[in-house]
Each structure stands twice: as structure tokens, then as C-alpha cells.
Write a protein that binds this ligand. Structure first.
Ligand SMILES: Cc1ncc(COP(=O)(O)O)c(C=O)c1O
Length: 437
């Protein structure tokens, strides 16, 4: 009789809170006729392998970041390999790198004989933990790979201090941070060498592609030598003599990808604005509900490659598997984040890395134990991934908020239900499947 009853969560028999279509809202990349036209032009032109559009893309990235040299690659992994090669390391030199990242931040270094030394990630920004970095420095440490995970710039002030004190080079893997700024400086320019992936999920995608950036001509020249014979021919230094071979691989981007990358970079500011507006709106509401949403401090302009929040078990009366299940039943697309910790992978723990990293006899073989990096492991167990809503309207976000509210309000009831028992026993949370980068 006119009783205003709170809607029950779907897991307790209610109707789901999220009813709007999510396909368009979460569609990515956002491609228009302009993208089609740019690719078609290359196709009709017929120069499918070597085309001026590659140089134009490099100029765009040099201008966008302010870096002196840009070299386009066929993917971000190749651009990272070029970055490690550029440093001209000795076999057994060590590089500090997070374990909480996509594998390509670390693995290419093995091909130039460098040893990844995995460090903890800190809880505020999910990037390298400067205190742990200090502990891992040895006389062989030469460089640091900084990864701004999910779009949030790392603790650069402290990282710079560690780098300066120990004379370490910085490779900045900016694959998640197209358009982000740290103290008014663009990500991609914060290291000695910067790398962007242009893989299809990224904020300025090319399908497949990568950009290598630096200020130092020597680094640029070594990157050219590694994998781009068309550029070696153009060198005006004695290094031109390698034009008939390169240093053994081929990393040039395809012109159709470069053409797409140019259009996507052009529209990056408006695409980022849309994600940011949506996710800041959502974050403010989820903070009120007891989640930590990694909002950026004032000296940082973050972007959202992916939208990750932290669940606080002290503030939310549900276990993570039950929370995820209850939200999924409301229609929310939530999961655990998708990168498993790199140091725990069989490639390292079973010793397979040695088939690539052939260290000289006087250098000890590193050991990788899966039970190390405890705080990163624990921190990872409380992360939740939501869609990044690149194309969503506020109504859908409000439905998500309603779903979260409903589930949390009935948290105790849900935890006492048989559905919760099932969810808890079915799933041990683990990182999701990694699609492509
Ligand atoms: C942090 C990070 N680094 C490097 C890469 C490698 O880039 P690509 O997939 O373009 O080779 C990716 C993603 O793909 C990434 O997420």
C-alpha cells in the first residue's frame, strides 16, 4: 500500500539495475569516416610498405610531446626493445621494472642481455615503489622502466631522486598515458627514452604500432640501426654502412596503421575528455560508497586507459568474489584487472628466461620466486576493473551507481545468502585473461 520498498539486488531475486545497452557506450576505438578515409588513401596510393605518412606520424608525436626524435615501430614491444638496445648495455646489467604491468615492459630487455629486477608497486599510483627500488639496487643496476599503469603517472619526484643518486637511465613506458601530464610535462617525455604502444585498445590506437621517443641523437641512431633499414640509408653518420643489414630485425610500422594513428592522435584530446568526464563523475560517487578510485593529485592530469578501482574490505561488507558476482548479476561489466604479475609467470619461475638471457659465466643467474613482492600481490587482490566508458552517457553511469549502492546496502544479507556461498567457492580471484596488450 504505497510502501516505498528499496529494490532488492538481483543476487537476492530483484531485477538488475543496469538495463541500458553497453555495447555502444563501451565501443573502442571510436572510428569515423575520417579514419576510413585516411586508410583508404594509403590503400589507393598503393605504397603499402614505405610511405611518407610514417614520417608524418613521427613528426606528429615529436610535436605532441616536444621530444627531438621519434621513430615509429610496428608495435610498442618493438619500440621497447629498441629502447633497451639504445642504452648499449653489458650482458648482466640490471634494470628495475615493476611486476604489475604488461609483460612487454620487461621481457624485451632479455634480448639485449639485461636482467629484469622486479620491484614492488606502491598503493597510491600503482607505479614503481621508490623505497623498494632503492633496496634492489646493486652495482650492476643501470636503468629503470617506469610504467604509468592504467593512465596514472608514477611517483616521478622520488623516482628521479633514485635515478640521479645511482646514475640510472629511465625508460618511460607511456603505453597507458597518451595525453597525461606530470607537473605540466607530458608523459612520454619524463624519461631518457619514452615509448607509446598504439595497440588497438590504447588511447590513440593504430591497430598495431609503437612510438620510440628521445632527445639524444645516439639513442635514436641505435633504434634506427636495430630495425629500420629505410632510415639507416638516410643517416649521415658512418652508421649508414649498416643499411644492407640493420642489426637483425625489422620494426617499421605499416603505413595504413600510421595513417590511422595520425587521426586517432588528432582526436585524442576529445576522446580523453569524454572518458575523464565520465570516470571522474563515477569516481566521485564510488568514493562515497567506500571505494578508492585513484583520482589524481593536483599536479597530475591523469587519463584513463582502463578504469581500475580499489575495494576496501574494511569499508565494504562483502568478499571480493561475492561483490563481483552480485555486480555482474546487476548487469555491471566488472572483473579483476587483467595483468597477472610478471615475476610469477612460468617464463621466469621455471627458468625459461635463460634460453634468451645467456649470461656470461661470471654473472649469477637471477632467481625469480613467485612468493616475492608481497605488497604488490596483496594490493592486486583488491582491484576491480570496470569499463572505461569511452562513449557512455550519464544515464548508464547512474545505473552503475545504483547497482553498487544496492549491492553494498544489502551487503550483509548477500553475504549470508546461498548465492554468496556459491560465488565464494567458485572463484578464487585471479587476474583476468590478457587479450592483446
Ligand atoms: C604497459 C605496456 N607496455 C607495453 C605494451 C606493448 O605494446 P604492444 O602491444 O603495442 O606491443 C603494452 C600493451 O600492449 C602495455 O600495456
Amino acid at each position: 500500500m504505497g510502501e516505498n520498498r528499496e529494490p532488492l539486488p538481483a543476487i537476492l531475486g530483484g531485477t538488475p539495475a543496469v538495463t541500458l545497452d553497453q555495447e555502444e557506450a563501451n565501443r573502442w576505438p571510436l572510428l569515423t569516416r575520417e579514419d576510413e578515409q585516411a586508410v583508404l588513401e594509403i590503400l589507393r596510393d598503393g605504397r603499402l610498405s614505405i610511405h611518407p605518412v610514417i614520417r608524418e606520424l613521427e613528426e606528429d608525436y615529436a610535436r605532441f610531446t616536444g621530444m627531438d626524435y621519434a621513430l615509429a615501430h610496428n608495435n610498442g614491444t618493438a619500440a621497447l626493445l629498441a629502447a633497451f638496445f639504445a642504452l648499449d648495455l653489458e650482458p648482466g646489467d640490471e634494470i628495475l621494472v615493476p611486476s604489475a604491468t604488461f609483460w612487454a615492459s620487461a621481457l624485451p630487455m632479455l634480448w639485449v642481455g639485461a636482467v629484469p629486477v622486479f620491484c614492488e608497486s606502491e598503493a597510491d599510483r600503482l607505479g614503481l615503489d621508490p623505497a623498494d627500488m632503492e633496496k634492489k639496487i646493486t652495482e650492476r643496476t643501470r636503468a629503470i622502466v617506469v610504467v604509468h599503469l592504467w593512465g596514472l603517472p608514477s611517483r616521478m619526484t622520488e623516482i628521479y631522486e633514485v635515478a640521479k643518486k645511482n646514475n640510472l637511465k629511465i625508460i618511460e613506458d607511456a603505453s597507458h598515458t597518451h595525453g597525461a601530464m606530470w607537473r605540466d610535462r607530458p608523459c612520454g617525455t619524463l624519461g631518457d627514452i619514452g615509448v607509446f604502444s598504439l595497440q588497438g585498445d590504447k588511447l590513440a590506437p593504430a591497430g598495431e604500432g609503437g612510438i620510440f621517443l628521445c632527445r639524444d641523437y645516439e639513442y635514436y641512431e641505435r633504434a634506427v640501426l636495430l630495425g629500420d633499414i629505410t632510415r639507416i640509408i638516410e643517416l649521415e653518420t658512418p652508421a649508414r654502412r649498416f643499411a644492407a643489414t640493420s642489426f637483425g630485425i625489422k620494426t617499421r610500422i605499416a603505413p595504413m596503421s600510421a595513417a590511422l594513428a595520425r587521426i586517432q592522435l588528432k582526436h585524442l584530446p576529445e576522446h580523453n575528455r569524454r572518458r575523464n568526464n565520465n570516470l571522474i563523475y563515477l569516481s566521485e560517487k564510488l568514493e562515497e560508497l567506500g571505494f578508492h578510485t585513484f583520482m589524481a593529485p593536483s599536479h597530475i592530469k591523469r587519463v584513463y586507459f582502463e578504469y581500475i578501482i580499489r575495494f576496501n574490505p574494511d569499508r565494504i561488507p562483502l568478499s571480493l568474489p561475492v561483490l563481483l558476482k552480485a555486480l555482474q548479476m546487476e548487469g555491471c561489466q566488472v572483473s579483476m584487472p587483467r595483468y597477472p604479475l610478471v615475476h610469477q609467470q612460468p617464463f621466469f619461475t621455471e627458468g625459461h628466461f635463460q634460453s634468451i638471457l645467456r649470461l656470461p659465466g661470471n654473472v649469477p643467474v637471477p632467481e625469480y620466486a613467485p612468493d616475492t613482492l608481497h605488497s604488490t600481490m596483496v594490493g592486486n587482490q583488491h582491484l576491480v576493473k570496470l569499463p572505461s566508458f569511452p562513449n557512455a552517457e550519464k544515464e548508464l553511469l547512474d545505473q552503475y551507481v545504483a547497482a553498487f549502492e544496492r549491492v553494498i546496502r544489502h551487503g550483509v544479507e548477500i553475504m549470508n545468502s546461498s548465492a554468496a556461498l556459491e560465488a565464494d567457492s567458485e572463484s578464487t580471484p585471479s587476474a583476468g585473461e590478457d587479450k592483446g596488450g
